[in-house]
Write a protein that binds this ligand. Structure first.
Ligand code: PGA
Length: 252
């Protein structure tokens, strides 16, 4: 059985005070949860604060990006060993905002995933098609290329440690969620790809989560689909009560 995982992606939001309050509220509201793995990914500058607040809690800590070299003259970048050292458990890579606004390529995403696995951090590996690609009927081609390139040259036994996040670009921050059926179709397709890239056991074990306008009122239906193992939540993760409601989803 795959344990469901719900991760908050705070993006470039919160002040230090807001981050501290949100973390303290989440720690409090989610303290009893044992059947769902929970994660939050604040901006880099609040990671040490988050580590201190979340100490001895059931909430895992993540970052939103990483550079693939361990150290060196790379002004402005943060490495996987630094994030490990700062108490992170996972790191989001290949988010569509990084791919499409910051020019992150499949090759860069692949290097980042390798750096994280080598450091003992869990990659939350995002893939997703744009609206025009869905309309042209090329969703599967786009997803296949992103998954194959992102996982290129990664040992079979490591692949199952990764969390894949399917985030259709047209659903991110738009209020337009993919229907549970649309998401399930792509999740199942990704699981089939993992059978080919790794093996059936890895495909059974790997968690594939959905992201794109996930809210308390649509999480239940999404989680009922057999290949949806959780959610990557943007906007609705910035309020403790809405994030807690998402974590408390009910299967329909
Ligand atoms: P959203 O963002 O929930 O605000 O649509 C999701 C994401 O980008 O991870």
């Amino acid at each position: 059985m795959r344990k469901p995982v719900i991760i908050g992606n705070w993006k470039m939001h919160t002040t230090a005070v807001e981050a501290t309050d949100l973390l303290a509220d989440l720690k409090n509201e989610l303290a009893e949860v044992t059947d769902v793995e929970i994660g939050v990914s604040p901006p880099f500058v609040y990671i040490n604060t988050a580590r201190d607040i979340l100490k001895n809690s059931n909430i895992k800590l993540g970052a939103q990006n990483v550079y693939w070299e361990p150290a060196g003259a790379f002004t402005g970048e943060i490495s996987a060993p630094m994030l490990k050292d700062s108490g992170c458990d996972f790191v989001i890579v290949g988010h569509s905002e990084r791919r499409h606004l910051m020019g992150e390529t499949d090759e860069m995403v692949n290097k980042k995933i390798k750096a994280l696995l080598n450091t003992g951090l869990i990659p939350v590996f995002c893939v997703g098609e744009k609206l025009e690609e869905r309309e042209e009927g090329t969703t599967q081609t786009v997803i296949r290329k992103q998954v194959e390139s992102g996982l290129d040259d990664i040992p079979v036994e490591k692949i199952k440690e990764i969390i894949v996040a399917y985030e259709p670009v047209w659903a991110i921050g738009t209020g337009k969620t993919a229907t549970p059926q649309q998401a399930q179709e792509v999740h199942s397709f990704i699981r089939q790809l993992i059978i080919r890239l790794a093996d059936a056991a890895a495909a059974e074990e790997i968690r594939i989560i959905y992201g794109g306008s996930v809210k308390p009122d649509n999480i239940d239906a999404l989680m009922t689909e057999p290949d949806i193992d959780g959610a990557l939540v943007g906007g609705a993760s910035l309020k403790a009560d809405s994030f807690a409601k998402i974590v408390g989803f009910k299967l329909q």
